[in-house]
Design a protein around this ligand. Structure first.
Ligand SMILES: [Zn+2]
Length: 50
């Protein structure tokens, strides 16, 4: 079963829930992000903290 959860708040890509597995993340402030953008943000944060 594939269910549309929403659009990635970063790139606008559709984020789905596949058989209970979410193809993205929801941030603390309830924004939806796809895995690609989540990775990008993590990388940016890691660089910013150095
Ligand atoms: Zn995205």
């Amino acid at each position: 079963m594939k269910e549309l959860v929403g659009l990635c708040s970063q790139c606008g890509k559709e984020v789905f829930c596949l058989d209970g597995f979410f193809s993205g993340i929801v941030t603390e402030d309830k924004k939806i992000l796809c895995f690609e953008c989540d990775e990008e943000i993590k990388k940016t944060r890691r660089l910013a903290s150095l």
